[in-house]
Design a protein. Structure first.
Length: 394
């Protein structure tokens, strides 16, 4: 699957980040088998069979409205009195044949190959990724004409999907915004048909409608990209400035005009001083990377530390870890909201982990010129910090 995930990133092209990302849509034609190793119908059937998935995680949608759960499942009461809902395949098939779209949110947390795809995209785009799966069988539009408050990258896995793209009517709309976008024009700016192996990138705020072709089923993944906006930077800055007395002080509601003016001048000076530093944006983005949510990957059965077994493999479970050198040449790793300081010799080892992939302990030991036991001890600290996981290689 590493090849498939890497191929998705490579297929975006060298100009994507500079010329497309956040600016305009792009269609990426591909070979029909391009995503054959990511997710298939058998995988989807297995997930529906072996997981108890309730709305809104799993839902059927028609015209933007979710169908009642009882129309495709039945409640089951256990002998301890808990209730869960079991899918009824015949009813599920019936609703889908009538025009409903099946949606499975955060499938990257359920399927390892999709999770690896998400992590590759996170590493490349430097932002959080959530992947949803969509399956449909009819020209009915599961969500009507709508816009999303996040950028999306769509991977057409099987079948075909018709997209009508209208463009944006409000620049960079937010989930919590001051205004709603104006309705889109009557006619789309472009109509596309995604075939198996195609990708489509769409910035947030772009109106679109999606439907399968008559009699042709469709399965696609939508990779939603977490935003990082000016509002986020200002919120972070306000938290960062809490170290300043002026920021923590009460507003001079009952003070004189001179006292109010002095307070506002002091507060403005603090903010302008921060904005005067050319490093403010980079500092904020570094913090975003350093506090990136780690993916849930336990390291059972190794609950008391990582044994010095050369065949064990280790990988970081956060894709946006930061590695730097401090003034003394030590390797400083920040990931998952934590920071570790290791000796200079560990830098080659940590560089391999930050670059991604699974690495055997003996490979890491050779890279750093360390003993297996020393590497196992280092990795144990990262596992305890919940930013790394170990298991058998291969």
């Amino acid at each position: 699957m590493t090849t498939d995930a890497s191929a998705v990133v490579a297929h975006l092209g060298e100009d994507f980040l500079a010329q497309v990302y956040g600016r305009t849509y792009r269609h990426f034609p591909g070979d029909p088998g391009r995503f054959s190793g990511v997710l298939g119908w058998h995988d989807l059937n297995s997930l529906l069979t072996h997981h108890r998935l309730d709305p809104p995680r799993l839902r059927l949608s028609v015209g933007g409205e979710a169908l009642p759960q009882h129309t495709y499942s039945t409640p089951v009461t256990t002998r301890r009195g808990t209730v869960w809902h079991r899918l009824k395949p015949a009813d599920l098939h019936g609703r889908l044949a009538e025009g409903a779209t099946l949606v499975l949110d955060a499938i990257d947390e359920l399927h390892p190959h999709v999770g690896q795809l998400a992590q590759e995209l996170e590493r490349h785009l430097r932002t959080g990724i959530q992947v949803n799966a969509y399956a449909s069988w009819t020209p009915e539009e599961g969500f009507g004409v709508h816009w999303d408050d996040h950028d999306v990258l769509v991977l057409q896995l099987d079948g075909v999907k018709k997209w009508r793209i209208y463009g944006p009517t409000r620049q960079a709309p937010l989930h919590r915004d001051t205004d709603v976008p104006e309705p889109p024009p009557d006619e789309p700016m472009v109509e596309l048909v995604l075939q198996a192996g195609d990708m489509l990138y769409l910035p947030r705020g772009w109106w679109h409608a999606v439907a399968a072709s008559e009699g042709v089923h469709s399965l696609h993944l939508t990779c939603g990209m977490q935003t990082a906006t000016g509002a986020d930077l200002l919120q972070w800055l306000s938290e960062h400035l809490r170290s300043e007395t002026t920021v923590r002080s009460d507003l001079p509601r009952f003070g004189s005009e001179d006292e109010k003016n002095e307070f506002m001048r002091s507060l403005g000076d603090l903010v302008m001083k921060e904005f005067g530093h050319g490093t403010l944006l980079d500092r904020f983005l570094a913090v975003r990377d350093a506090t990136d949510r780690a993916r849930l990957v336990p390291s059972l059965p190794y609950v008391e530390g990582v044994p010095p077994d050369p065949a064990l493999s280790v990988h970081l479970v956060t894709a946006r870890a930061r590695l730097r050198r401090d003034g003394e040449g030590n390797a400083v790793l920040t990931a998952g909201g934590e920071e570790w300081i290791f000796g200079p010799q560990t830098a080659p080892l940590l560089s391999l982990l930050v670059a991604g992939g699974h690495h055997r302990l003996d490979t890491l030991a050779r890279a750093a010129g360390l003993r297996i036991g020393q590497v196992a001890l280092l990795v144990s600290g990262l596992v305890d910090g919940e930013v790394a996981a170990v298991g058998w290689a291969g």
